[in-house]
Design a binder for this molecule. Structure first.
Ligand SMILES: Cc1ncc(COP(=O)(O)O)c(C=O)c1O
Length: 354
């Protein structure tokens, strides 16, 4: 049950607060805003829920990835390892930073295979991005241990798994930072929006500045006089998104509970079908139950099953053929097509390879 199905009075009340005081910008206007800071409150509540010291709101899950990578110190020519099964935004964010995406295989968790991660590490590797796909956690403890041993940072792409956990720590709280998406399809939505979670004060400071043209948010001076350590860009969330986010986060308990109930009903029915194996979770892992994921014995059986259920009007995805979530199907990336004239950044001397 994604959050958009529950839009109601709580969302309306929070949005009306913003309309009533007329301040849509998340910073400044101290007198006019009458103490209403929706984005700031959403960040505080979100950090509390995930169990991190800090949360920085941004415009999308894609910008969260980019801001997080920049804040982790990724520079042009660095290698960033992620999995071949993800949404393309994970690869795009790495390329946006001028870094080289290095794909790994996935295992039966449908997430990064730690054994393949080990094979992909080189002296140029800077960051590892496990992606908690389709509501299920990656083998994050193993991945973190490998990263620590090799001096690498871990960014958990948690766009698809708000509320999943390993050993009772929520996904997005176990790496150096986590990133979340609140686009319209996600467990909670702000229409478009994203968040970066971290315990690291320096990473948080860099992210909050980079996401706002470098502004240092010094509380003792007006915005016009704030310091700027470096250039940034505008990835700011606005007060309407913050308002909806607060209301949606208030519903997270119910959303996760309903998803779990629906998941168990469908999984129970599927257990009667020959040849089906359910997707694995890491030891002590907890699904957020957004999807029921399973394997059939081979491609032929998968195609037949998919055809039969879709003919019955049941929504099902065969991920090998899915154009959004598998590196093998991203022809624009494989053919290095970018909107920049001259093919930047693939044309640069430190050339990106995939
Ligand atoms: C794994 C993953 N990462 C990042 C994103 C990007 O999030 P957004 O759509 O908010 O930019 C998505 C969106 O679907 C996603 O699934």
């Amino acid at each position: 049950m994604p959050g958009f199905e529950l839009i109601g009075d709580a969302e309306r009340e929070h949005v009306n607060d913003v309309l009533d005081n007329g301040i849509f910008f998340r910073y400044e206007f101290e007198k006019e805003r009458k103490g209403i800071y929706k984005v700031r409150d959403f960040e505080a509540e979100f950090a509390k829920f995930i169990g991190t010291r800090y949360a920085q709101a941004v415009t999308s899950g894609s910008s969260a990835l980019k801001v997080a990578l920049v804040s982790l110190g990724v520079r042009p020519g660095d290698e960033v390892i992620t999995q071949a099964f993800t949404f393309i935004a994970t690869f795009e964010a790495i390329i946006e930073c001028g870094a080289v995406p290095v794909p790994t295989e996935i295992d039966e968790t449908l997430n990064m295979d730690p054994a393949d991660l080990l094979k992909k590490i080189t002296p140029k590797t800077k960051v590892v991005i496990p992606v908690h796909m389709l509501g299920g956690p990656a083998r994050i403890l193993q991945i973190r241990e490998i990263a620590n041993r090799n001096g690498l940072k871990v960014l958990e792409d948690t766009a698809q798994a708000l509320g999943a956990a390993v050993e009772s720590k929520l996904t997005g709280s176990m790496g150096n930072c986590g990133t979340f998406s609140f686009d319209f399809y996600k467990t909670i939505t702000t229409g478009e929006g994203g968040m970066i979670t971290t315990d690291d004060p320096e990473l948080y400071k860099t992210a909050s500045e980079y996401a706002d043209h470098g502004h240092d948010h010094n509380p003792n001076v007006g915005r016009a006089l704030e310091g700027r350590r470096f250039l940034g860009f505008n990835y700011r969330m606005n007060e309407f998104q913050g308002a909806i986010g607060l209301a949606q986060l208030g519903r997270i308990g119910r959303i996760l509970e309903v998803q779990k109930t629906n998941h168990s009903i469908i999984a129970e029915a599927l257990s009667a079908v020959d040849g089906i194996t359910m997707r694995s979770l890491p030891e002590n892992g907890r699904d957020s139950y957004t999807h029921v994921c399973f394997f059939l014995p081979d491609g032929k059986a998968t195609t037949e099953f998919h055809k039969k259920v879709t003919e019955k009007g049941i929504s099902a995805i065969s991920f090998k053929n899915n154009l959004w979530h598998f590196l093998g199907n991203w022809e624009h990336l494989i053919n290095k097509k970018t909107a920049w004239s001259g093919g930047f950044p693939f044309s640069e001397p430190w050339r990106l390879s995939i």
